[in-house]
Design a protein around this ligand. Structure first.
Ligand code: CUA
Length: 340
């Protein structure tokens, strides 16, 4: 085997890296796969994408084919006797190859513009939910039920949800690839996005706008439930927090919550009140599968690490290291786990 020239090594490495990236895109069941629509809005985008893709492919084949034919037929060779006919400056040809692309673009513009408007126009009976972006987590408010939650957006499957979105600090972008395209969350403005899942299930999302240090782990989780289960969930969320059993570890945790810095930023319904709380509402914290910008599974190990040093898990986190003792942490977790 001939030895590899050191000059070609970077090139070869770049080739392998590119190929790996391409092959990684073929992995089945990717949670953020935008080519796997699971709802009407995402399907509409998908249809538009494939329509445009195939038109572009046909144009690519025709143009590249014409170039290849010209290269072969009109190539210079000893047997050639005269120059091919020159068409530069031919007004009729210029008009033809300007008008054809203009017509194609106009043709594509019609379904494109219609789709753009459809994706953000809500049906009259859609379920309204307010989405508020924070560095670095999404807050959800159900105005009809007056329920506030975070990180996990619970929706009824098969029914349109109308998201009314804004941001508390910088620009964020709400994106659940399998359900709809991206839409900005802008401080001081309202934007609208529809969301609908065909089937119950879990759908992953990601903030789509660079919004600071922990943008990469500002994720979103949508949980679509059958309509009846959704109604049950909503009623349960309206209830105040469960009261821990007297003299239990959870009761000690509740005392630690009330006696510590937690109460300056977090609300637990029926326990404390905070004007313009800057942290997530914790009333039903344990009913959410993920926390911390939907990046960490809600379990004792992750909560222990989080409470010990939040910025270590989410760089730049507004929640500081509170220097909690191990006893405090254990008690707080016991209390959080009762908040179903
Ligand atoms: Cu929020 Cu990126």
């Amino acid at each position: 085997m001939p030895s590899e020239s050191p000059r070609h090594r970077p090139l070869r490495l770049a080739g392998v890296a590119t190929l790996s990236l391409l092959l990684a895109a073929c992995t089945p069941d990717l949670p953020l796969d935008s080519l796997d629509p699971q709802g009407p809005a995402a399907r509409q985008i998908d249809n538009l994408f494939w329509l445009t893709f195939w038109i572009a492919t046909a144009i690519f084949v025709l143009v590249e084919g014409a170039i290849l034919v010209a290269v072969v037929v009109f190539r210079d060779r000893p047997s050639r006797t005269r120059e091919p006919k020159q068409v530069h400056g031919n007004a009729k040809l210029e008009v033809v190859w300007t008008v054809i692309p203009a017509l194609i673009l106009t043709g594509i513009a019609v379904p494109t513009v219609r789709t753009v408007f459809d994706l953000t126009s809500c049906e009259a009976d859609a379920l309204p939910v307010e989405v508020i972006g924070h560095q670095w987590w999404f807050e959800y408010h159900y105005p009809q039920a007056d329920v506030t939650t975070a990180n996990v957006l619970v929706i009824p499957a098969g029914r349109q949800v109308c998201l009314d979105m804004t941001s508390e600090d910088v620009m964020h972008n709400f994106w659940i690839p399998k359900l709809n395209g991206k839409r900005y969350l802008i401080p001081g403005q309202q934007t609208t996005l529809t969301l609908e899942a065909d089937e119950p299930g879990e759908y992953w999302g990601q903030c789509g706008e660079f919004c600071g240090l922990s943008h990469a782990i500002m994720r979103a989780r949508v949980e679509a439930l059958p309509e009846s289960e959704f109604e049950t969930w909503l009623v349960a969320q309206q209830a105040p927090a469960a009261e821990p059993a007297a003299d239990s570890l959870a009761a000690t945790g509740k005392e630690a919550f009330l006696g510590g810095a937690c109460v300056t930023c977090h609300v637990i319904g029926g326990v404390n009140e905070v004007e313009n709380a800057i942290g997530p509402d914790l009333t039903h914290f344990a009913s959410r599968s993920v926390f911390g910008g939907a990046s960490f599974e809600t379990n004792a190990a992750n909560l222990t690490a989080w409470l010990a040093d939040p910025p270590a898990m989410k760089p730049g986190s507004l929640m500081p290291n509170l220097n909690l003792t191990n006893d405090d942490i254990t008690a707080l977790i016991a209390y959080l786990e009762t908040l179903q």
